[in-house]
Design a protein around this ligand. Structure first.
Ligand code: SDX
Length: 425
C-alpha cells in the first residue's frame, strides 16, 4: 500500500477526502480515486488525458523526453539489434528469449501462419473495392469461430496459444485483404521464410513465378512492424483492454482494436499523411497547408504531426526517417517527390511558432507511409500494416490484464440531460 496521500477538499463537504498516492518504477505518481464514488462524486477526464486506467509492466513512454521502452529496452536499441518476433516474445513474456527459446518461438509462430481454408470464402463476400481495414476487422473477429475449443481465457496456456495464433495469422490475413482487392490468388505462407519476408511474398508474389523478396525491403518491413508493436495505453490498446474486461474472446478483442486503430486521429493517420502529401502536391503549396493547419476554423490538421503523449520527437519517427532513406536508395527513389515534400514540410513546421509552442513534432505515422508507398503497398493498406505490427502489443496487454485481478471497465459521466419528467397525458 501507499504511504503517500493526496487530500481533496470539496466545497459543501465537511471533511477533506484522503486519497492514496502510488508511485511506479518510472513516470508520474497516480492518485487512487476509487473511493470517491462512495463520497458521491466522480472524477472528470474526457479523453483520459490525466487518467491511468491500469497497472502495466509492458511499455513506458516519457513524452517530454521522447523515450519509449519495451520491458525497459529503448525502442532505438530494439530497432537496431532485435527483430519483430523477438520483440513480440519480449512484450508477451517480459524478457528477451535465449537463442534456443527464440528458435522455438519462431517455429511455433511459423506453424500458425496458415488460416483455415473456410476463411478464403469470407473474403469472396467482400466487394473488391472494400477498404482493407473493413475486411481485416471482419475476418479477425470471425477467427473465434474456428478456435472456440481453445478459449478458456482463464487458462494462461490457452491465452498464449491465442496470442501466438493471432500474431502468426495477421500477416497472412493482411496480405489476403490486399490480394482480394487486386483480384489475385491468395498466396500461402512459405515456412522457410521469415515473417516480414513471408508477408511481402504473400503480398506481391503470384503462383506464376518463384518467390522473390528483397532482403533490404524485408528488413525494412520487419523493423516497421517492430516500431509499431506497442505503445502503452493508446486508444486501440485501451479498446482491447476494455473489450477484454468483459471476458470476451481474444479475437473479438483484437477486432475491436483494429476498429479503433482505423480512425485518422490514430492509426489511420499514416494513410492520411500520404493523402495530405498528394494533396499538397508541390513544395510551393506547403505554406498554404501550414496556414490551414493553424486556422481554428479549418478542420484540417497536419497529419503525422502531434501526439497526445510525445511533446518531443516520437523516437519511432526518428528511426523510420532513417529507414526511409535506406529504402528509397535501395529502390533508386531518393528523389521521391513526396519524400521531398515531407522533408520540406517537416523543416517548415518545426521552425513555425505555432508548432513549437504546441510541441507538435512528427509522429510514427509521418514517414512510415512514404516507405510503404515506396515498397509498393497501396495507401489503403497502410493501417492494415499498422494493425499487423500492433497485434503483439494488443494481445500482450490483454494477456497481462487477464493474468492479474481485473474488473469490467465501466466509466461514469457528467450528466447534463433532462432531470426526471413525466410522460405527457
Ligand atoms: C498515433 O496514443 C498513441 O500512442 C498513438 C500512437 C500509437 O502508437 O498508438 O502513437 C499512434 O495515433 C499517432 C498519432 C497519429 N495521428 C495524427 O498524426 C493525426 C494528427 N494529429 C492530431 O490529430 C493530434 O495531434 C493527436 C490526435 C495526435 C493528439 O491530439 P491531442 O493530444 O488531443 O492534441 P490536442 O487536440 O489537444 O492539440 C493540442 C493543440 C490544439 O491547438 P490549441 O487548441 O491548443 O490551439 O495542438 C493543435 C490542436 O489544434 N494540434 C494540431 C495538430 N495536432 C494538435 N494542429 C495542427 N496539426 C496537428 N496535427
Amino acid at each position: 500500500m501507499s504511504d503517500k496521500k493526496a487530500q481533496l477538499t470539496i466545497d459543501g463537504k465537511a471533511d477533506p477526502i484522503d486519497l492514496p498516492v502510488y508511485s511506479g518504477s518510472s513516470g508520474p505518481d497516480v492518485v487512487d480515486v476509487r473511493s470517491l464514488v462512495s463520497q458521491g462524486v466522480f472524477t472528470y477526464d474526457p479523453g483520459f488525458v490525466s487518467t491511468a486506467s491500469c497497472d502495466s509492466e509492458i511499455t513506458f513512454i516519457d513524452g517530454g523526453a521522447g523515450v519509449l521502452l519495451h520491458r525497459g529496452y529503448p525502442i532505438e536499441q530494439l530497432a537496431e539489434k532485435s527483430d519483430f518476433l523477438e520483440t513480440c516474445y519480449l512484450l508477451l513474456h517480459g524478457e528477451l528469449p535465449s537463442p534456443e527459446v527464440n528458435d522455438e518461438f519462431v517455429n511455433t509462430i511459423r506453424y500458425h501462419t496458415m488460416v483455415d481454408e473456410a476463411i478464403h470464402q469470407f473474403f469472396r463476400g467482400f466487394p473488391r473495392t472494400a477498404h482493407p481495414m473493413a475486411m481485416l476487422c471482419g475476418v479477425v473477429g470471425a477467427l473465434s469461430a474456428f478456435y472456440h475449443d481453445d478459449l478458456d481465457i482463464d487458462n494462461p496456456d490457452h491465452r498464449l496459444r491465442a496470442a501466438y495464433r493471432v500474431i502468426a495469422k495477421m500477416p497472412t490475413l493482411a496480405a489476403m485483404c490486399y490480394k482480394h482487392g487486386v483480384g489475385q490468388p491468395f498466396m500461402y505462407p512459405q515456412n522457410e521464410m521469415g515473417l516480414a519476408e513471408n508477408f511481402l511474398h504473400m503480398m506481391f508474389g503470384t503462383p506464376c513465378e518463384p518467390p522473390k523478396v528483397s532482403p533490404v525491403l524485408a528488413k525494412a518491413m520487419d523493423t516497421l512492424f517492430l516500431l509499431h508493436a506497442d505503445h502503452e495505453q493508446n486508444a486501440s490498446t485501451s479498446t482491447v483492454r476494455l473489450a477484454g474486461s468483459t471476458g470476451t474472446n481474444p479475437y473479438a478483442c483484437i477486432a475491436s482494436g483494429i476498429a479503433a486503430l482505423w480512425g485518422p486521429a490514430h492509426g489511420g493517420a499514416n494513410e492520411a499523411v500520404l493523402e495530405m502529401l498528394h494533396e499538397i502536391g508541390d513544395e510551393s503549396r506547403i505554406e498554404e497547408f501550414i496556414k490551414r493547419a493553424k486556422d481554428k476554423d479549418d478542420p484540417f490538421r497536419l497529419m503525422g504531426f502531434g501526439h497526445r503523449v510525445y511533446k518531443n520527437y516520437d523516437p519511432r519517427a526518428t528511426v523510420i526517417r532513417g529507414i526511409c532513406d535506406e529504402v528509397l536508395e535501395e529502390l533508386g527513389a531518393e528523389n521521391d517527390p513526396l519524400l521531398r515534400i515531407a522533408k520540406k514540410l517537416e523543416k517548415i513546421a518545426l521552425e513555425d511558432e505555432y508548432f513549437i509552442e504546441r510541441k507538435l513534432f512528427p509522429n510514427v505515422d509521418f514517414y512510415s507511409g512514404i516507405i510503404l508507398k515506396a515498397i509498393g503497398i497501396p495507401t489503403s493498406m497502410f493501417t492494415v500494416i499498422f494493425a499487423t505490427g500492433r497485434t503483439p502489443g494488443w494481445i500482450a496487454h490483454w494477456h497481462e490484464m487477464l493474468s492479474d485481478s481485473y474488473r469490467i471497465g465501466r466509466p461514469r459521466q457528467l450528466y447534463k440531460g433532462y432531470t426526471k419528467r413525466d410522460y405527457p397525458g
